[in-house]
Design a protein around this ligand. Structure first.
Ligand SMILES: Nc1ncnc2c1ncn2[C@@H]1O[C@H](COP(=O)(O)OP(=O)(O)OP(=O)(O)O)[C@@H](O)[C@H]1O
Ligand SMILES: [Mg+2]
Length: 387
């Protein structure tokens, strides 16, 4: 059996590449568990950087900062999938890094993800690599419209996606992705008509042990996740099927850490893989208040090779609503007083310096006897929020 690399009798530092809200919530749990935290991010006063003296704010393109961060860290993890695998490999020469560069090479490119999952026997939408504009026309001609063009890397909150409804839209989409300042390789996939979007968090440690969270429903508006309902209001056998698929996906990339697996539930009740996130995930925020062990704690346990904690819910139901920026300006809301008056709702504000329209500034989680009740409470709290 592999020993845990975290020995609570000695100071131990978890290094996190990235300083946003996911790093912040991970750091919060790490401090509670007696660890220290080092943050590297291309910004001073990032949400997580503000929490620790070990804040390296010149970021990972600065060699001196990378070295100081690496020396300060006993084990290294990350909060976003856009970190270059080469940098992870460089860090791996000196430190354990989870997820590993090998996992990240399979995950950071959405085309490679789809190939990997399809090879592992997971149901995925029909997809293809896109090299030229003609490839887009060919995909539409073969598989029909609408279909979805996606940048293979650096997509988040739907920013790298375009739904193509007819062939006359292809020129515009091509210009948007391939003739702007930054060009990113594209892929295409069939449009999945879904009845629900589902997500399952899976924590997996180096021994291959897993803790699989309940399947939740995610609701997106304009490709951004706005609401999460836990557990997803679906039949028990679909719950179990989604959990089994998610576990299979994380094993397929030999994942260590916590992973979010996004799936579609189709009209005929089949479950189709959408994407995997190699880190704590927006759809797992609810685990802080609603599960025995949060996704953040289990992420830390996984990367330090400690036994994983129970992923079961300790309340009947939860609902999470994202607080998306409504303006450009201060990241501090004008008032939270009415929101805090609603019982059973936890407020999370990330402490971002600036708000932008649609930017994730915080979230609300309500717990209750049923998903409907939890959603009603979270919605009431949202109404009490003044930006
Ligand atoms: N093939 C598809 N068919 C139908 N809808 C899709 C498809 N792919 C993506 N979408 C919609 O767009 C949303 C965002 O897509 P995806 O998860 O690929 O992008 P992202 O930008 O990486 O996402 P995230 O919001 O998770 O950061 C999905 O949650 C879904 O609502
Ligand atoms: Mg997604």
């Amino acid at each position: 059996m592999l020993p845990s690399i975290y020995n609570p009798s000695e100071p131990f530092t978890l290094g996190i590449l990235g300083g946003g809200q996911l790093a912040k919530m991970t750091a919060h749990e790490a401090f509670r568990m007696g660890l220290r935290v080092a943050i590297i991010e291309h910004a001073s006063e990032s949400p997580a950087g503000l929490m620790t003296k070990l804040d390296f704010s010149r970021g990972w393109s600065d060699a001196a900062d990378v070295e100081a961060f690496r020396k300060a860290s006993d084990v290294i993890t990350l909060e976003n999938e856009f970190i270059e695998p080469d940098l992870l490999e460089q860090l791996e020469e000196h430190r354990l890094v989870f997820p590993t560069s090998a996992t990240m090479r399979l995950v950071r490119d959405k085309l490679q993800q789809k190939i990997t999952m399809s090879d592992a026997g997971v149901a995925v939408p029909v997809f293809a690599a896109i090299e030229t504009k003609d490839d887009l026309f060919a995909f539409g001609a073969t598989h029909g419209y609408p279909f979805v063009a996606k940048t293979r890397t650096h997509g988040y909150d739907g920013y790298g996606n375009a739904t193509i409804k007819r062939d006359t839209e292809i020129d515009m989409v091509w210009r948007r992705f391939m003739e702007g300042e930054v060009q990113r390789p594209l892929m295409a996939e069939a449009f999945v008509t879904f009845t629900k979007e589902l997500s399952v968090m899976v924590a997996r440690n180096r021994r291959g042990e897993t803790a699989v969270y309940p399947c939740v429903q995610t609701i997106q508006q304009g490709h951004i996740c706005v609401t999460v309902l836990a557990p997803a209001p679906i039949e028990e056998h679909l719950q179990q099927q989604a959990q089994a698929i998610a576990e299979q996906c994380v094993a397929a990339v030999n994942g260590v850490g916590v992973f979010g697996v996004e799936m579609f539930l189709t009209l005929d009740d089949s479950i189709v893989f959408n994407e995997i996130a190699p880190r704590p995930h927006n759809s797992g925020h609810y685990t802080i208040e609603a599960c025995h062990t949060s996704q953040y704690e289990n992420h830390i346990r996984a990367v330090t090779n400690l036994p994983l904690g129970s992923a079961a819910m300790r309340v009947p139901a939860a609902a999470m609503i994202n607080l998306l920026g409504e303006r450009s300006g201060s990241g501090v809301p004008d008032s939270v007083i009415d929101a805090l008056r609603v019982p059973g709702v936890a407020l999370h504000l990330y402490g971002k310096k600036e708000s932008r329209k649609g930017r994730k500034m915080g979230h609300l989680t309500a717990t209750a006897a049923s998903v409907d009740e939890a959603f009603a409470l979270a919605s009431r709290a949202l109404d009490g929020f003044v930006w």
